[in-house]
Design a protein around this ligand. Sequence first.
Ligand SMILES: Nc1ncnc2c1ncn2[C@@H]1O[C@H](COP(=O)(O)OP(=O)(O)OP(=O)(O)O)[C@@H](O)[C@H]1O
Ligand SMILES: [Mg+2]
Length: 361
Amino acid sequence: MSKDLEAHIWEALKTVQYPGMSRDIVSFGFVRKLDVTGGTVTVELEMSTHNPEAAEQVRTAVVEAVRAVDGVTAVEAKLRVQQPPNRGASAQRAVARDPGLLPGVEHVVAVASGKGGVGKSTVSANLAVRMAQLGLRVGLLDADIYGPSMPMMFGITERPRTDGQTLQPFDKYGVKVMSLGFMVEIDTPVIWRGPMVMRALEQMLGQVEWGELDYLIVDLPPGTGDAQLTLTQKVPLSAAVIVTTPQDVALIDARKGLAMFRKVNVPVVGIIENMSGFACPHCGETTHVFKHGGGERTAEVVGTAFLGSIPLDPAIVAGGDSGEPIVVTQTEGVHADAFESICEAVIAEVRRGQKPTLRIV
Ligand SMILES: Nc1ncnc2c1ncn2[C@@H]1O[C@H](COP(=O)(O)OP(=O)(O)OP(=O)(O)O)[C@@H](O)[C@H]1O
Ligand SMILES: [Mg+2]
């Protein structure tokens, strides 16, 4: 068997994408095994998805791509589709968790930062909506009980329905949303002590009818205090995303946030640099208001992925204030792309967490 032929086949496999995603099937870890005997190729694909049709499309595309490689005489692509496993795999990784919480939720992904005001809630809202636009079943929990943002960011002013036992999340832009802000007056400060905070959070986790979800995005409050730490221990987090702005003072806090997740064995998918450069609508020139490139450098230093930057854009503020996240109003373009690639990185990380190394060369 020629090593060259095998390398060419891997290259061909890397041109195949999962429908609706821009990342290739190799980096997603869908290629379980590759066997090349003479010119006969067998590819074993394995993916966990709720969409078997998409998996079948991948299989057909794999056969076509491999058949086109010089030297290949026969191709067989075997496909194994699994229902996405429940959260057992990720729960094993970390500290003792409450098994009664979130029974129908497969993956819980936290959006965090060490510092306040860097755009966690903006990222959470847009990430959740983008995931829903890509066909995933998504929920969004606003865990910032002191300063909940989701009522405004989703433009929801009603109170949630309840039967006295359970609470119904709102369904907007394809996302199931719950926030303590739906239950308190918007300008009433929440003055609670630690144990009450945790009780409120537990209620939102345990008594909300989240139903079956692929992903529950959790918008965390800023910092690395007790509330965050307890939450990271209570909730079976599959992964965390760290949001930062590019200036050094924010980056120091981002590192602290990252260290906290690592301490409790939650994999950090990577760092997002928000408010990264402002393109002047008048002269077209970009001003790096908060410096530039810090997120990328920090990601390199701490050994995590850089997930991309989101520019400073008044349309994002307008979207946040008007209840229409930017990816709702701009379904294409720089913001939609940025959130899509973050979404794909999260999915890839969660998959990596479920299985041992899949690459067989
Ligand atoms: N890329 C961006 N361009 C312009 N404005 C932005 C951007 N990202 C966030 N903002 C704005 O910055 C403000 C703070 O954002 P957001 O509430 O998402 O931050 P946060 O980290 O969740 O804050 P907190 O720590 O208070 O929870 C909001 O008004 C939001 O609209
Ligand atoms: Mg916030």
